[in-house]
Design a protein around this ligand. Structure first.
Ligand code: CTP
Ligand code: MG
Length: 231
């Protein structure tokens, strides 16, 4: 079945601290967002992509993928969840509520096709996300006179680190995300908005190379992964 992909790309890239938003920094000589869109355009069964851009964005029109017939844009918002919601609103005006939607960070250009296939290979009504089991020991902290100290060690076997894409039916994702934002829930990903209303998203184990380009050191790592991927 066909599905849509929402790409939040309206962030400022503060932790990267570059002269432009990180989604427009060159990786192997090509803008990060261009690489991510190029990757998504190769996914089987893709119906279209909605990219959420900052109202101040000046770079997007110069990307090779900007004029692709499957690529649409909307203006994003203050937080990532606002940007995703704007894209979902665009889709609700055009598509059926049952349409599967995958939300994928602009900042994750390296996701492998095998991981996408695994995420697509489950029933269309299922809520699911790519994630990795934690490999380090996980400490829950508390602040003692401003110094972070261990409050307890969590059971690592139960800890997963969320990646994207995260998938859900369009109507359900839109209603949970808009309710969660109205009620001031902490929504750092799509799954958390669905969890807030009793859903239990399925964890699909992805590969470790689906990194989110966040800090300067991530650029070299992403370039190395991409060089192997596209070699
Ligand atoms: N994003 C968005 N709208 C926002 C904030 C973030 O669409 N208001 C997007 C980013 O462009 C990115 C993804 O959400 O593709 C993941 O967010 P993050 O990695 O935190 O990117 P930034 O917010 O740009 O980075 P930072 O937090 O360091 O400023
Ligand atoms: Mg951010």
């Amino acid at each position: 079945t066909d599905y849509w992909v929402v790409v939040p790309a309206a962030g400022a890239g503060k932790r990267m601290g570059a002269d432009r938003p990180k989604q427009y920094l060159p990786l192997l000589g090509r803008p990060l967002l261009s690489l991510t869109l190029h990757n998504i355009l190769s996914w089987p069964g893709l119906a279209g992509i909605v990219v959420a851009l900052s109202g101040e964005d000046k770079f997007f029109p110069y990307l090779k993928e900007a004029k692709h017939p499957l690529v649409h844009t909307v203006t994003g918002g203050e937080e990532r969840a606002d940007s995703v919601l704007a894209a979902l609103q665009f889709l609700l005006e055009r598509e059926d509520e049952d349409t599967p939607v995958l939300v994928h960070d602009a900042a994750r250009p390296c996701v492998a096709l095998d991981d996408i296939a695994a995420l697509l290979d489950i029933s269309t009504s299922t809520i699911a996300l790519l994630a990795r089991p934690a490999s380090d020991t996980v400490k829950h902290s508390l602040s003692v006179h401003g110094v972070p100290c261990v409050e307890q060690t969590l059971d690592r076997t139960q800890i997963w680190l969320a990646q994207t894409p995260q998938r859900a039916p369009l109507g359900l994702l839109h209603s949970c995300l808009s309710r969660a934002l109205e009620q001031g829930e902490m929504v750092t990903d799509e799954a958390s908005a669905l969890e807030a209303y009793g859903h239990s998203p399925q964890l699909v184990e992805g590969q470790g190379d689906n990194i989110k380009v966040t800090r300067p050191s991530d650029i070299l790592v992403a370039e190395t992964i991409l060089r192997l991927r596209y070699a």
